[in-house]
Write a protein that binds this ligand. Structure first.
Ligand code: ZN
Length: 678
């Protein structure tokens, strides 16, 4: 027998991007189908022989492994082998594949995602067997693209990264508070994301995940998850059992995060290899294996911003950022099996005891939570409108506007629930709107609900408040925060044109170019006059206003309304009519007649205005000659006379000029003036 050292574990590296991995428990998704394309990449002209048939079989093995581990919920299909790519520079990471090959994997209809696997000839320049982008769709394989090799197992691990799961690590922790753990990357021997050896030798391929990872992959139904927010005995079904009606993962929440998980992996069925210390290949060689089975306790990655002190501290010798799970082990070298009866002190002082484990009926653990005297804590409540916030380039949060169906659409508010957190876990959050409880979210963390959605149905100011209750029954209320919704004020007309009318002294026209055809426009609050309106051929509305009061500024308000009566706020209309003045022929009651007396040579006598009354000429006014008050006719004189009428009528006048030293007197031709009422 030839003994081979297992060196693969130190060669698996993931690029970890988009680092925040919410560890909230996930709801199970329906079956997900992924397509895999393969492209051989020639580095410096060196490539490995990649055939379609081998590619199909390797991917088929990875598919069967996922099919087994996820109960058929995650499947992979080989799609195509691209021609060999010859990049200009040597490609040694999954992040370079797109640029080097120009290939972007796009899924066909019915598939959730397509993944491109670039295969390079094995090179020691790349310190990995495979590499993937976390949650991405590029994988690079450093050789290994053959059957009966470690290749399919490596691919399965990398596909785990492509689906968003990080490494399965191990951790050795202090046994008393504060809990500080040293951790080892890949240290979990029971997960393909750690050092799961069976994946290299089994055919068909078996590559298993922890239940915590299966939940992250969204393949666990809600009834397979439980949360130990309170003290008690909790039962667990074996992770890969069927027909045992118990949860498969138990989360222990601390600081509003799922901080620990417990699960049970008996070494039965396809998990049998978990108890073996040697795993044989068909040719009789074997891999050394670290047994890793039974009840398992893991630390999950936490953010720990507000409750860091009550969560475990993880230390590491490398610069690896802890963002996967960490299986708690006694020492890094020993078997990863914890005995029944073992008691763990958790980071917040709670204790966990492994009580019993039976592959046929399940396991039981006891959780004794430390006394909780701390009510939930609050931060600023920040509700926001999430619906379309502008229309026709007019912004405005909380607008109520006409949608495509020409019906009013009321905005929807989102109220983030993370305004309330707890040192353990929030049990319920009640949502209050304007003093009324309108909803309640139970176990928001476990149910993966991070916001409450509120649909408004009227214009109003909505005042929100959250009331959070923890498992100890302690309650805290946030301060209130408000959002206002209002009808989107109708847009004003595109243009309002004001022009003089037929008689610019007494009339005008107003032409309205509307923005929205259906709107109705009305003139109101006219200072004088009357109007008629019509729609012009080009769809404008034209108001003709007549009978204005002369010499008075005209004002009115043009108001546009839509069919449900919301207005545009109104537009002011102003018009200054052309001035109306009295002449010698025409005048108006109440108006002053500045009598047109003409210009005369200096030296003339006084001028008298005479009116014919019956058969006589009666003197009305007499004026002396003066210089032109306007200073224009410098060589002439004129006469100033003014009359203001009290009533309408018709008058016949004449001017009579008296004699002077220089000139004799004269009588001018009579003229008629009509005085009317305006
Ligand atoms: Zn990895």
């Amino acid at each position: 027998m030839i003994r081979r050292r297992n060196t693969i574990k130190s060669l698996l590296i993931a690029i970890l991007i988009s680092i925040y991995l919410a560890n909230g428990a996930q709801a199970a998704d329906p079956i997900r189908q992924y397509q895999i394309d393969v492209v051989p990449i020639a580095n410096a002209g060196v490539t490995m022989a990649v055939t379609e048939e081998v590619s199909r079989q390797i991917i088929s093995q990875a598919d069967s492994a996922f099919n087994d581990a996820t109960g058929g919920q995650i499947r992979f299909t080989f799609r195509k082998l691209h021609p060999t790519s010859f990049p200009d520079t040597v490609i040694l990471s999954s992040g370079e594949i797109q640029k080097a090959t120009g290939l972007i994997p796009v899924p066909d209809p019915g598939f959730d995602k397509a993944i491109l696997v670039g295969v390079i000839a094995n090179t020691s320049a790349a310190k990995f067997a495979g590499q993937a982008i976390l949650g991405g769709n590029y994988i690079i394989m450093n050789g290994g693209w053959t059957l009966n090799s470690t290749g399919p197992g490596v691919l399965t691990h990398e596909l785990g990264h492509s689906l968003g799961i990080s490494h399965a690590n191990s951790a050795v922790c202090t046994t008393q508070l504060p809990i500080v753990c040293e951790h080892s990357e890949y240290g979990d021997s029971s997960s393909v994301m750690g050092t799961y050896v069976n994946k290299y030798v089994s055919n068909p391929l078996i590559s298993r995940f922890s239940a915590t990872e299966l939940d992250k992959l969204k393949t666990l139904p809600i009834e397979s998850k439980a949360i130990a927010a309170e003290s008690g005995d909790y039962k667990l079904a074996p992770v890969y059992s069927k027909g045992i009606n118990l949860p498969k993962v138990l989360y222990i929440p601390i600081g509003s995060e799922l901080t620990y998980s417990v699960e049970y992996r008996p070494p039965t069925g396809n998990d049998s290899s978990l108890s073996q210390s040697q795993i044989f290949t068909p040719s009789g060689t074997y891999y050394t294996n670290t047994p890793s089975h039974g009840l398992q306790l893991r630390i999950l990655p936490t953010v720990g911003t507000q409750f860091k002190d009550s969560q475990p501290t993880l230390t590491t010798v490398s610069d690896y950022k802890f963002d996967g799970t960490a299986l708690i082990v006694s020492t890094f070298k020993a078997d990863q099996v914890q005995p029944i009866g073992k008691v763990f002190t958790l980071s917040d002082g709670s204790t966990l005891t492994f009580l019993s484990a039976d592959p046929n009926t399940g396991a039981m653990v006891r959780i004794q939570r430390s006394l909780d005297k701390e009510p939930p804590i609050v931060s600023d409540l920040q509700p926001r409108w999430i619906t379309k916030q502008w229309i026709e380039s007019h912004p405005g949060r909380g607008n109520i506007f006409k949608g495509s169906q020409n019906e009013w659409e009321y905005p929807i508010a989102e109220i983030p629930l993370d305004a309330i957190t707890d040192n353990r876990l929030i049990k319920t959050i009640q949502i209050e709107v304007n003093g009324q409880v309108v909803g309640q979210i139970d176990q928001p963390m476990l149910n993966g609900i991070d916001a409450y959605t509120f649909k408004s149905t009227k214009p109003d100011t909505f005042t929100f408040k959250l009331i959070g209750t923890d498992y100890a029954g302690l309650t805290t209320t946030t301060a209130t925060a408000s959002l206002t919704s209002s009808y989107f004020q109708m847009v004003k007309p595109f243009n309002i044109q004001v022009d003089p009318g037929k008689d610019p002294k007494t009339s005008l026209t107003v032409t309205v170019v509307p923005r929205i055809e259906k709107n109705n426009y009305v003139l109101e609050n006219l200072s004088s006059g009357k109007f008629i309106s019509r729609v012009t051929e080009d769809g404008n509305i034209e108001f003709t206003i007549t009978d204005l009061v002369r010499n008075q500024k005209f004002t009115a308000r043009l108001i546009g309304t839509d069919e449900v009566g919301h207005d545009d706020g109104g537009s002011k209309i102003d018009y200054q009519p052309e001035a109306t003045e009295c002449t010698n022929k025409q005048c108006f009651v109440g108006y002053q007649w500045n009598i047109e007396t003409g210009y005369w040579v200096p030296g003339v006598g006084n001028l008298t205005l005479q009116e014919r009354v019956g058969t006589k000429w009666v003197n009305i006014q007499t004026a002396k000659p003066i210089a032109d008050p306007k200073g224009i006719m410098k060589k002439s004189v004129t006469f100033i006379m003014k009359v203001t009428y009290q009533k309408a009528g018709k008058h016949t006048y004449r001017f009579s000029m008296g004699a002077s030293k220089k000139y004799s007197g004269l009588v001018l031709k009579p003229f008629t003036q009509v005085v009317s009422t305006l």
